[in-house]
Design a protein around this ligand. Sequence first.
Ligand code: ZN
Length: 399
Amino acid sequence: MMSYDESAVETLRQYIQIESVSNTTNYEECVTFLKAQAESIGLECKVIQLKPNRPVVIMKWTGMKPDLPAICLNSHMDVVPAEADKWSHPPFSAHIDEHGRIFGRGTQDMKSVGIQYLEAVRRLKREEAVLARTLVLTFVPDEEMGGQEGMKMFVKTKAFRKLNIGFALDEGVASNRPGHFVLFYGEKHKWSVKFHVTGDVGHGCLNIPNTAGAKLARLLKSIYDFREEQFELAGRRVDNPDFVSINATIIQGGTQENVIPSEFVVSADIRLPPKVNIDEWKATMNSWCEDAGEGCWIEEVVCEIIDKPTYLDESNPYYEPFQETIQKMGYQLLPQVCYAMTDARYLRNLGISVFGFTPLTGEPRLHKHDEFIGRKEFLLGITMYYRILLNIGYVPEYN
Ligand code: ZN
């Protein structure tokens, strides 16, 4: 008989060995694997298809008070691609080295978390624990592609509404500070735009006035002066989530080297902290256009505003027991806003409070070569979820 720990590690390795890269996988192997897990734990399991090859696996453990809103443990099944020749061990081998590091795509982002949820629940069930609240485990597709064909569609289904979810856990990130674990309670808004800069045309050999190029130069100066200011305020930390990040990412325009073009288009990736005033932000962007000159305008490309943040105060009955569990284990939480986007935003926008939490310390290696998780850290994470669930599974208030 394999020990409990050994079999948990083996389960993770099997999941890692499924090559579920977002747009090439058929998800079928994931579904089969997860169904088998649910059965071995004794969880109700259902699979819904959002569209062909976009399944969501839903597992359910009904609590003593099934009328209370349920707790959702969410994870995504897909992973980002891996360039095998740049890895020390094949990215879908789940190789364990002599230091107990398990290598593979998804060991941090976020198959490890999916298995930690399952193993924590397996342990609770084995000990015949009974929670007040119903636990729902969801395994979604397409997160790494933005969740358009995953969580975004899932939250609009009847199956989702029927789950009556009041609180959710989703992915976080490894923390660089020993003994400290990151807790994401919000994420930046994404507001990508195209700045259209137009002007007079003419022969490329003439210094004619009012050209798109001159306006482009002024626009870029405004953008990059502002960017520098934010970077300074952010303590020159590149991922400080409390400040605006802005980058010109594509510049298009022109037809031929000796023709002054009528238009340049600048695409910009913009991320705003949750506290930003949206009207003020619009005014700022408009002022850049005005300063650049007549004929400059803004086309909105992506505007994803998360208007319902998760609060970490007494209005949120889950925070206290969550934090208490971590502290009793001798650790600290580092609450922060996520600098990127996750599926949590689709839940938050329904008013569901979500904690983004990956029980991992050390160097974050998500989306990098040689992504790995230590065997010990992986097992500690199971214990953390086990204790967290025991605590939050009894949160009495409606939220
Ligand atoms: Zn992820």
